[in-house]
Design a protein. Sequence first.
Length: 158
Amino acid sequence: MKLPPHNRIDPSRLVIKKSTLPGAGKGLFTRQPISRGELVVEYKGLITTWKKIKDSELFNPYVYYVNRNHVIDAMGDSEALGRYANDANGMTKVKGITNNAEYSMSARQVFIKATRNILPGEEILVAYGKEYWDVVKYNLALEEKNKKERLEVRSKRR
């Protein structure tokens, strides 16, 4: 992929505010029109390895896997705007809201690129992929199971 001039990615045209997707938390919105095919933002964060991510005790929803030795971890960087782009195909779908961007890689850089024209005030929405949502569902089920087990232990103590 040939990158446009760097000045095409202008973070000042983006704003973080409450997502239009229920339960998604914050979202990434545009203040200015973005044309189809235009790079919206680079996905930035700490460069680490997949082993370090896997060995972590915490579920990290802000990871982009490039390869096992190059993983972008935006969890600790609230200034990394790309981490606020939500997925319209996630846990809570809203009729009429669809993804308008996709991830695009160039060497080891990851960008969010518009797949259609995006109007000012629209939320930037990008597909995370089935694997991401499978992990989220598994973690939620595990959390629920652990919660039930803790409640059972407490009730037996009484």
